[in-house]
Design a protein around this ligand. Structure first.
Ligand code: CTP
Ligand code: MG
Length: 562
């Protein structure tokens, strides 16, 4: 009741503000796609990858006349889809019906002439449109509308939510405002495809696939782009050896470990991205992290990119999250809401540091939904029991088997509203015995916490200044700088270890319990629990807190220590 009252107050206060957005309505998920039931992640990825390979990214002027632009390009073939967006200038994504059109377009493109600089002669599908000689009349209508590629600012969101009539509608509206659009999703796959062109110079059979929130259904506009350089086609993993007779094999250089191979591949690709990748800036090779990666910003798209290799468990956990999100639409709604709430309270942040991550929050929501009566989603064990032979998957010793055919998954008739569930979430974790219990989404049960060993810092506690060990908790945080027992990332270790080689723990990815309290920075956890206990109204919570990072607050002070 308190929650509703707060929300009502908030709703009344905010009504009446108009949001003026000179932007095209973003395209949401194509509902016609849903008529045969949800598509598997594999099917979605294949379709998007194929689209991306027929697409080009063109920097153009905001005064570009859309009609002329399309007419000019369609000399190379039929255009299937196009859209404009802004990121350090105006860009257009153009998808042709056939790949030959892209070849023809590239053949007709010129090498730029710049008098004081030299060009690195690496051609790609990132192009610039020049408009020489012809001047558009100043009164001319420039038809293009821009598709938003970032989530609306918090104030705009609040205004939007205030127009809704119930908490359920607010939650749905929040999800719609934040989730990736069709266009943003295309752009993510296109960036992967452009990157693949660079990596293919060394590894022609490679693919680069997005994983994590870009594809698991929980991505918010503006989230990072996690990429996986897939060399399975070349690694020998899928090769069948003839049983007898003559055969040839490649001579290949050997290395001490798979981790060493991954590091050398990423080192070379990182160098290429840095030296040859147009639009790729701030390239960092973080090769000593538990999961080696190359991080950079892709300016034309505005994406912060993390390129990893040999990260198959993370791909599998992405698939699992996608499946859960597709099973019941309340799953994604609740995850978006809890993430938004956590961000507004500074429980999560885009700045690396002592934060619980969106990924862990998602797992907490999933567990909560498994615990409803009747359950809204099945446990991982139940999904494994429904799996067919083709679903069998063991990665680095972890059983990652679960059913891929959605139609085989029986769902219970739980009719709880989003409002009831949000309330229930806060109640559940507000009274959860974090100090003694952990959560396990494989079993859908809490379980006693085993003694938690510090995996990232197994040594006796050192002074903070001396603790510069590689943080094993997160791929993108090579040095966490926390002493044993204080490292807030321990929650990650317990939840999942997708990082393969170099991972000398036996803790599998989502398969082990999530030990929250002992691992998460205690103050941060207290804060989380306290906030859950308040059981706040959604909009009230968003409104009364300045989200870190959202309003230019660039502090990296972790929650609880600042
Ligand atoms: N991952 C994991 N275990 C971790 C961290 C990450 O398995 N400890 C995998 C998950 O599949 C996760 C993906 O790596 O989705 C990408 O990690 P990250 O970027 O941290 O999380 P996202 O889910 O992408 O969420 P965000 O929107 O915050 O980037
Ligand atoms: Mg991510």
């Amino acid at each position: 009741v308190k929650c509703l009252q707060r929300l009502d107050t908030f709703l009344l206060r905010s009504i009446g503000t108009n949001v003026v957005a000179a932007q095209a309505e973003p395209t949401r998920k194509d509902e016609s796609d849903e008529k045969d039931g949800p598509k598997s992640l594999y099917a979605v990825q294949t379709e998007r990858q194929e689209q991306a390979e027929r697409s080009v990214l063109i920097s153009c002027n905001s005064r570009t006349n859309e009609k002329k632009f399309l007419k000019y390009l369609s000399r190379h073939g039929d255009i299937k889809k196009h859209f404009f967006y802004e990121s350090y200038g105006m860009y257009a994504v153009v998808e042709f019906a056939n790949r030959e059109s892209v070849t023809s377009l590239l053949e007709g493109a010129a090498i730029p002439h710049i008098s004081h600089e030299s060009m690195v002669p690496f051609k790609s599908r990132l192009l610039s449109l020049n408009n020489l000689g012809t001047v558009d009349s100043p009164n001319q209508q420039f038809g293009q509308q821009c598709q938003p590629q970032t989530a609306p600012p918090i104030n705009e969101l609040i205004q939007r939510l205030s127009k809704e009539e119930s908490i359920d509608q607010q939650i749905t509206s929040l999800t719609e405002a934040y989730q990736l659009t069709e266009e943003n999703s295309r752009l993510r796959f296109l960036v992967c495809s452009l990157l693949k062109d660079i990596a293919a110079a060394y590894f022609p059979e490679c693919t680069i696939r997005p994983f994590g929130s870009s594809v698991n259904g929980f991505g918010k506009l503006g989230c990072d782009l996690d990429m996986f350089l897939d060399l399975d086609g070349i690694s020998g993993r899928n090769v069948k050896m003839p049983k007898s007779g003559l055969s040839l094999e490649y001579q290949m250089k050997r290395a001490n470990s798979e981790r060493a191979v991954t590091q050398s591949i990423l080192s070379v690709i990182g160098e290429c991205v840095d030296q040859f990748g147009a639009g790729c800036v701030g390239v960092q090779k973080i090769l000593n992290a538990r999961c080696p990666l190359v991080r950079f910003a892709h300016q034309p798209s505005g994406f912060q990119c993390d390129l990893t290799a040999n990260n198959r468990v993370a791909m599998k956990s992405t698939e699992l999250l996608y499946l859960y999100g597709e099973l019941d639409q309340r799953v994604r709604c609740l995850v978006f809401t809890v993430r938004c709430w956590a961000r507004a309270h500074g429980i999560t942040s885009s700045i690396p540091g002592a934060w619980i991550t969106n990924f862990s929050l998602t797992v907490m929501v999933l567990f909560f939904l498994q615990k409803r009566s009747p359950p809204i989603i099945p446990t991982l064990d139940q999904l494994r029991d429904l799996a067919g032979p083709a679903d069998k998957s063991v990665i680095e010793g972890n059983d990652c088997t679960f059913v891929s055919d959605f139609s085989k998954i029986p769902l219970h008739r739980n009719t709880e509203t989003l409002e009831q569930l949000l309330h229930g979430f806060f109640e559940f974790y507000g009274t959860f015995a974090f100090s003694s219990m952990s959560i396990n989404i494989r079993k859908g049960k809490e379980q006693n916490k085993p003694g938690v060993v510090s995996l990232a810092h197994p040594e006796p506690v050192k002074p903070l200044s001396e603790c510069q060990q590689e943080c094993q908790c997160h791929p993108t945080r090579p040095l966490c700088g926390f002493v044993s027992g204080e490292c807030p990332h321990f929650v990650q270790i317990e939840t999942n270890t997708p990082r393969g080689p170099g991972n000398n723990t036996s803790t599998p990815n989502l398969l082990k319990p999530l030990n929250v309290s002992k691992n998460v920075n205690a103050t941060q956890l207290d804060r989380f629990v306290a906030l859950c206990q308040e059981r706040p109204g959604l909009a009230q919570q968003i409104e009364t807190n300045t989200p870190r990072g959202l309003r230019g607050n660039n502090t990296s002070t972790p929650v609880g220590t600042g």
